[in-house]
Design a protein. Structure first.
Length: 278
């Protein structure tokens, strides 16, 4: 808690001296439903212009935690925008308590998102756990593509049924073997069969996917899920290392060319943030 107080004071100073202002809007919860153990879908009614892969900063009226939480956009339709999130700390726990018509503050859309016009041909979309969240909307917005989805989970799958009509094939894996392949999703992925690979999930999985793609010279793009504080590139909490120098995940990402990332430095930065910030 003390860490967050100091951090938010630093952010406010940086924003005020740099002429940048956080612009949050107050919205009402349309629904906040449990879709799997510890996983919720939060929807906000309204019309939103969003690129797949972008995210919002969300916060409730609770005193703790002070910092907003970055949540990827899960889906968008003519009436609402939805987020898929997992309870992993106090911030997401507060979000899970929201009920219909409860108010929350949002800022966004933020980040670069995917350039859907440049993604064509036969592609593999690879997700691990809650990493499926930013990929569902991407799948629905892609055109001129033949898509195979590879999704890995610990015990049970969720959300893959929402894209059944948009993909050619769904490949599942669980560590327990309860559903699909028993093991990791990278066990059954063959990057050489695709023109492009896109992934989001645990960093250990993304590192493996990037290595597999580089070995067979297949382009790979990843959506990073670093800890964030301000969401607009002012505080540098989410800085990651690339071949082109340090990049801010919230501003320069969260979508990166996988070949550009230097993961050892990314992991060091991520691990400096306490778990209660999630």
């Amino acid at each position: 808690m003390q860490y967050e107080k100091q951090l938010i004071n630093n952010i406010q100073f940086l924003l005020s001296t740099g002429g940048v202002y956080l612009k949050y809007s107050v919205e009402k919860t349309y629904e906040n439903v449990l879709v799997s153990e510890g996983v919720y879908k939060l929807s906000i009614k309204g019309k939103f212009d969003i690129k797949p892969g972008q995210f919002f900063m969300l916060k409730t009226g609770e005193l703790e935690p002070l910092l907003p939480r970055p949540i990827s956009v899960y889906d968008v339709d003519d009436e609402k925008m939805s987020f898929l999130y997992q309870i992993v700390g106090q911030g997401t726990k507060h979000l899970s308590k929201l009920r219909e018509n409860d108010e929350l503050q949002i800022m966004g859309p933020l980040g670069n998102g995917f350039d859907v016009e440049k993604i064509k041909g036969k592609i593999a979309i690879v997700s691990g756990g809650i990493g499926i969240a930013p990929l569902v909307y991407l799948i629905k917005k892609l055109t001129g593509c033949e898509i195979d989805l590879y999704s890995g989970f610990k015990t049970v799958d969720y959300s893959v049924d929402s894209v059944e009509n948009y993909v050619n094939k769904i490949n599942l894996s669980t560590e327990s073997g309860k559903i699909g392949h028993k093991g990791y999703i990278t066990d059954i992925l063959k990057p050489q069969d695709y023109r492009t690979v896109i992934c989001c999930g645990p960093e250990i999985m993304m590192r493996k996917v990037i290595t597999m793609c580089n070995d067979v010279y297949v382009p790979v793009y990843v959506s990073m899920e670093n800890h964030m504080a301000c969401g607009i590139g002012a505080c540098l909490v989410c800085t990651c290392k690339t071949k082109g120098g340090n990049k801010r995940t919230c501003k320069d990402g969260p979508v990166f060319n996988g070949d550009d990332l230097i993961f050892n430095d990314v992991l060091q930065v991520v691990n400096t943030a306490p778990k209660e910030m999630i």
